[in-house]
Ligand binder design. Structure first.
Ligand SMILES: Cc1cc2nc3c(=O)[nH]c(=O)nc-3n(C[C@H](O)[C@H](O)[C@H](O)COP(=O)(O)OP(=O)(O)OC[C@H]3O[C@@H](n4cnc5c(N)ncnc54)[C@H](O)[C@@H]3O)c2cc1C
Length: 376
């Protein structure tokens, strides 16, 4: 507490000066917003306020799928989106991944295009049939993105059990190292003379005549333009139509001779697994308790963790000995539409939030769009 009461002349001149831009949130969106602003305004003062000691939402907790969406997930999206919307959503994922790979570089991302598969449990036979029925239609819709059909049918060569023998594969899907991605992005902000202040929670903000005043646990900050990139935590800053969604994950210890390589989706994207080197990461199950998982509190629950354990044992690694090494959760920003919310909130305040389960793919683009929206 004493530290906060003791602001020097120099502190006030540097950290607490009126910034040209303040961004709330140092996830993938906040950082890409800041980097785009720096490109456009080489001399501007740009500060990111982040309440965690490092990003504490979804960007450092996710599964690292560089994905475009599984076929059954896309078919589900047709219930709430037009064909044109679906095309635009997938196009945004393609362009976003391209941008992320250009900014960070494949080596830093440890990017590997090992393909993405949709696995259908026996009890999901109807979903498989529906997906096969619509395969050509979806491939036609998305053909122009890669000048090739996105999805094709393949066989279960991975030793999965209790599933339909046919899998649907997307050869363009990749995977990356989430931690390395965020570390590289944070390093880029330092190179670009962007300040990140950690452990700084923004309680609220007030529009003033020409500035925005932010009230935080470290004191008040002022900025000419405020950009909010708080995704699943946005309700706390009075952004509507975005809800938190907790997502739980487990990872095994290294497994000898693991032959599962790639990214895998089950049940309209609600469950997902991948290899991380020779470990197996498995997450999902939010659909089992949607109301309970609508929370900004991190944590693991008995229902979801035991379901992940059961699926892993009975379907994914039925014959392979393994041990669980770690369990964790992250907070998504979700809503009734897959499109992110990118808008002007008030005179000098803008937001780019509600990234759903696709923020790795679209985050760099949403950050760029947010910066452009606020400065056009
Ligand atoms: C378990 C899990 C698996 C996922 N898997 C994938 C995947 O494989 N592929 C994919 O594309 N996407 C995946 N996602 C989604 C992806 O991670 C997110 O869409 C993306 O990280 C969102 O980035 P963001 O910057 O919008 O939000 P966040 O990363 O959540 O960043 C928001 C930041 O704002 C900070 N903050 C919030 N409120 C305040 C405040 N009041 N004051 C100061 N700071 C504040 C938070 O601490 C946080 O660091 C997954 C998500 C989870 C949770």
């Amino acid at each position: 507490m004493e530290i906060l009461n003791s602001k020097s002349y120099w502190d006030r001149q540097t950290w607490f000066t009126t910034n040209d831009f303040i961004i709330i949130g140092s996830g993938i969106v906040g950082i890409n917003t800041a980097l785009t602003l720096r490109e456009k305004f080489p001399k501007a003062t740009i500060t990111i306020l982040e309440r965690g000691p490092w990003p504490q939402g979804a960007s450092t907790k996710n599964a690292g799928f560089a994905c475009l969406g599984s076929i059954s997930e896309l078919l589900k999206d047709f219930k709430t989106h037009s064909s044109e919307d679906i095309f635009k959503l997938v196009e945004k994922r393609v362009l976003g991944l391209e941008r992320l790979r250009n900014i960070v570089g494949d080596d830093h991302l440890e990017y590997k295009q090992l393909g993405g598969y949709e696995v259908f449990l026996r009890k999901h036979k109807a979903l498989l049939e529906k997906s096969l029925d619509h395969l050509n239609e979806i491939n036609d819709l998305l053909y122009s993105l890669y000048k090739a059909p996105l999805f094709s049918v393949t066989e279960n060569t991975f030793g999965f059990s209790g599933i339909n023998s046919k899998l649907i594969v997307n050869a363009f899907e990749g995977q990356l190292n989430t931690g390395k991605m965020m570390q590289a992005l944070i390093n880029k902000t330092q190179d670009a003379n962007i300040t990140i202040l950690n452990n700084c929670n923004v309680n609220e903000y007030v529009e003033q005549h020409t500035n925005v005043l932010l009230q935080t646990n470290l004191g008040d900050f002022k900025t000419k333009t405020l950009l909010i990139a708080t995704n699943g935590f946005s309700e706390q800053l009075k952004i509507s139509n975005v809800k938190p969604g907790r997502a739980q994950v487990i990872i095994t210890k290294p497994i000898k001779n693991l032959n599962i390589k790639g990214t895998f989706h089950i049940d309209e994207g609600y469950f997902y697994f991948r290899n991380v080197g020779n470990r197996l990461l498995f997450g999902g199950g939010r659909n089992l308790a949607l109301k309970e998982e609508e929370t900004t509190n991190f944590g693991e629950t008995e229902l979801i963790q035991s379901t992940l354990d059961t699926y892993l044992k009975s379907h994914i690694l039925p014959k392979t000995p393994y041990e669980i090494d770690m369990r964790w959760s992250g907070i998504l920003g979700v809503g009734n539409q897959k499109k992110p919310i990118l808008k002007k909130v008030s005179k000098n305040v803008y937001c780019g939030v509600r990234l759903g389960g696709m923020g790795v793919a679209i985050g760099s683009l949403v950050g760029k769009d947010l910066a452009n929206l606020a400065t056009e």
